[in-house]
Design a protein around this ligand. Structure first.
Ligand code: G3P
Ligand code: MG
Length: 229
């Protein structure tokens, strides 16, 4: 079972911070998932558009200048990182799943990843770009066909994983609430991997393994690694 540290080791450290990401590297997670928004021409790593849950800010991202945003406390004195900082930290040590939230991220991402490849030596085969926003994924695939795409869904579509195949995705990333045998079978038939979020429970993780699921997103990746050791 492939274990993604969901928002880093978010079960023990402030989510989507460098500390949580470093912890994921330290515990040997197979992959790290982070959430990314575009703000004033920069890609920043945070899950919510509203700032109050994970930072000491109020209102929404766009209310802040980039400088103001990066000064907020994102938990235990940690700051909101930029995607560049995360790429710099992770290097190619595990798979990095960049989940795109919000609009206007595609062109910015592709530009940044070209720069990261030449300046930081980032290996694109160690990246997985995902989103619930499927036109955005289509745009990524057009701009940079070499990038691997994970198509997120919180539902079971009528034609199952057809949308992911159509996008040229390598994986379908499904909500644990809906994933079932038919969805997994359809994914396999189409040559897609199945990754399920967010699974923090051993029994559920084992049940998903029986179902043929390839990986899980977990807030406690070290514990998850031990379930399958
Ligand atoms: O990418 C998997 C999962 O993170 C998707 O949902 O809301 O946690 O970003 P969310
Ligand atoms: Mg996410």
């Amino acid at each position: 079972m492939f274990i993604f540290a969901h928002r880093g080791v978010s079960g023990h450290f402030p989510e989507n911070t460098l500390k949580a990401i470093q912890a994921a590297l330290d515990c040997g997670a197979d992959g790290i998932e982070i959430d990314v928004y575009a703000l004033h021409g920069e890609l920043v790593v945070i899950h919510d558009r509203e700032l109050n849950r994970t930072t000491n800010g109020t209102g929404v991202l766009e209310d802040y200048s980039l400088t103001e945003l990066l000064q907020l406390d994102a938990g235990s004195g940690e700051k909101i990182p930029t995607l560049w900082q995360v790429l710099h930290l992770v290097q190619n040590r595990c798979l990095l799943n960049i989940e795109l939230k919000g609009h206007d991220t595609a062109e910015l991402l592709v530009k940044l990843l070209h720069k990261a490849r030449s300046e930081l030596g980032i290996d694109w085969s160690r990246l997985l770009i995902s989103s619930f926003h499927h036109p955005l994924l289509q745009q990524i695939k057009t701009l940079a066909p070499a990038l691997a795409i994970g198509a997120l869904t919180a539902s079971i579509p009528l034609d199952y994983c057809a949308f992911a195949a159509e996008l040229g995705a390598v994986s379908v990333n499904c909500d644990r609430a809906f994933i079932d045998e038919a969805m997994v079978k359809d994914a396999k038939k189409r040559g897609l991997k199945v990754f399920v979020y967010t699974v923090n429970n051993e029994r559920e993780a084992k049940r998903l393994q029986q179902l043929g699921v390839d990986g899980i997103f977990c807030n406690f990746p070290q514990e998850a690694k031990s379930w399958f050791a």
